[in-house]
Ligand binder design. Structure first.
Ligand code: ATP
Length: 197
């Protein structure tokens, strides 16, 4: 079982997340990729606007019945600050046979060494950086290997989709449409819950 774990705030989840996740499934030949919304992220305090339950619901709407993907509320259920190491310890206990890949966006690479128990994180999962490429096919496995302050990680190419949750929140606030940036269901959810206004 090859398991991808993709954490984030997902406020809201968008097409960039889905396409990066989809590329990761193919490049790493994952059996399943689990989106794990943070309750509160140590490095992102203050910026989260939708509630944990709303972000969870938007992720569920985003993946729909796509069997490649799942959503896990483990960090929201744990509450407090969400430390990746705690989540990986839980996964190691729950799915000891699985080969675990921790998927990390390229913008977060520099933060990895400052994560709580980062060495333990690297022991509990293979860290894979999702490099935002120019649409080139993903490199063969092993290529692009490097280290972040001696922490091993692999880099895979994912397509460049220039969308962020910040831009989507800004668009909603400005009264501009977000269809195409998020799934129809999430666009409707944002509208119905009057999020980000
Ligand atoms: P914000 O704008 O609020 O900072 P975000 O769009 O970066 O949010 P996050 O929930 O912080 O979204 O991201 C979760 C993960 O997805 C992170 O690892 C991040 O690097 C990655 N990610 C975010 N946007 C994209 C994108 N357009 N393409 C590929 N990966 C992305």
């Amino acid at each position: 079982m090859r398991l991808g774990l993709f954490g984030g705030t997902f406020d809201p989840p968008h097409v960039g997340h889905v396409l990066a996740a989809s590329d990761a499934v193919e490049a790493l030949r994952l059996d399943r990729l689990v989106f794990i919304p943070a309750a509160r992220q140590p490095f992102k305090q203050g910026g989260v606007i939708a509630s944990p339950q709303q972000r969870l619901e938007m992720l569920r709407l985003t993946i729909g019945d796509d069997l490649r993907f799942a959503v896990d509320a483990i960090e929201i259920d744990r509450a407090g600050l969400s430390y990746t190491v705690d989540t990986l310890v839980a996964y190691a206990a729950r799915e000891p046979q699985a080969r675990r890949f921790l998927l990390v966006g390229e913008d977060l690479v520099g933060q990895i060494p400052s994560w709580r128990d980062s060495y333990r994180v690297a022991e509990l999962a293979e860290i894979v950086v999702l490099a935002r490429g120019d649409g080139d096919p993903p490199p063969s496995r092993g290529e692009g290997e490097g280290s972040v302050h001696v922490l091993p990680f692999t880099r895979i190419a994912t397509r460049r989709v220039d969308v962020s949750s910040t831009e989507i929140r800004d668009r909603v606030r400005a009264g501009r449409p977000v269809r195409g940036f998020v799934t129809e269901s999430v666009a409707e959810f944002i509208h119905a819950a009057t999020l980000y206004r």
